[in-house]
Structures are given as C-alpha cells and as structure tokens.
Design a protein. Structure first.
Length: 219
C-alpha cells in the first residue's frame, strides 16, 4: 500500500546523517550528465527507519547509503530507487528536513521516490530500506533533474542484455557509476584510457548510458 510522502523537521529523533556513507559521496551540479545518475547498492539494514520519523517505513543501514552534494539550478530534483522487491527511501535534505517514501505512485509499483520542485543546494543523506530487518536486496538509486521514471523491470543481480544484443553485465567494478565506461570491450570518447580486463562486463550503468548517448561503441 502506498504511503504518503513525509517531510519532518530536524527536531525528531533521527538516524545519524553525519555518519560516513557506505557508497561514498556524489558531487553534482545542476545540468549534470548523464541524467539520471545511478548508484548500485545493497538496500536494507538493521536500523528502523522510524528513527527518522514515526511514519517512516522499513529497515535501513546505520550509516547513510549515499551522500549527495548538489548545487541547485533551475530544475527540479528527484531521488528515487528501484529493486525487485518492496523497498523504502529516507532522505535528510540540505535544508535539514527528513523525507520518507514507500511507493511513489501506481506506475512505480513498490519503488519509492522523492521530488523537490525547488531543491536547496547542499548535502543530501540517503538511505534505501527494506521491510524485513536483515533483508539485503540489490537496488539502483537514481538522482535526476526530471520526474522519477522507472524501467518497470526492477533490478537484476545478474547480467542484462539490451535489445541490440549487447550484454552489459553488472556494476561490480570498483569504478562503476563514475560517469566513464571502464569496460575494455568499448571504445570512444566516453571510455577511460586505462581500462583493464578485470572490468570486462562489470560497468553496466556507465557503459549503457554512454552508449545510448553515442559516446562509446562496442569494438
């Protein structure tokens, strides 16, 4: 069942937004490309999301999954997530407010999302949760200056193949989601100059996005 988007002041008992994020910090300025920016992560944890507010659902990690440093411009800001099972989202935004969401819309299914029409510049701390403590599914976390948009297929822990026959693989490279294609099967201006064979099939999000922009091609 869809739960309403919740925005809370910073005065309530809360998760530790100052803790070191598990998947690092992303720095984005308005107009960033590619859009959306995608981070692959493991959702869930053992801390109750209700620490961020009484109507926040699920269980999250004790530390934020991701920190976002965002310089706002003329666009909206959306933070949303996708997985093959029901997940939740908690964000402490740059204005010091807590936001929680379960199901963004009927079209999103069980995927959560939060949208700011006039986003503040600064640091956003993001958690992706699950309904069962200790349940740790793979998920994709998206940052976009457009409205949330889901593939409808969830997130696969295995490899994926596009309609053009390219096997994109997964996102287990240490350089995944850095905006460059690190898979040595590809060439073009979007490819890193020092790609190594161990990253073959392991930078799916970056390579697919750059391929669709015409910045890389399969050798």
């Amino acid at each position: 069942m869809a739960l309403p988007l919740l925005c809370l002041s910073a005065g309530v008992q809360a998760l530790d937004w100052q803790a070191t994020p598990t998947y690092g910090t992303v720095n984005l300025n308005s107009g960033f490309q590619p859009d959306p920016h995608v981070t692959s992560l493991t959702a869930g944890g053992s801390r109750s999301a209700s620490e961020a507010g009484p109507n926040c659902s699920g269980y999250v990690s004790g530390d934020p999954d991701l920190d976002l440093n965002y310089q706002a411009g003329q666009y909206t800001l959306s933070i949303y997530a996708e997985a093959q099972q029901d997940i939740t989202l908690v964000v402490y935004d740059a204005a010091g407010n807590w936001h929680c969401n379960d199901d963004y819309s009927t079209a999103a299914g069980t995927n959560p999302g939060i949208k700011w029409n006039d986003p503040p510049s600064g640091n956003y701390n993001i958690w992706v949760g699950t309904y069962a403590s200790g349940d740790l599914p793979q998920a994709n976390l998206y940052v976009s200056e457009a409205s949330p948009s889901w593939s409808g297929a969830g997130v696969s822990s295995g490899s994926s193949r596009s309609s053009n026959g390219i096997e994109w693989g997964d996102n287990t490279s240490r350089w995944a989601n850095d905006g460059e294609c690190d898979d040595p099967r590809f060439a073009g201006p979007g490819v890193h100059s020092l790609n190594i064979d161990e990253d073959r099939y392991h930078d799916a999000n970056d390579c697919r996005s750059l391929y669709e922009q015409g910045q890389v091609y399969l050798k």
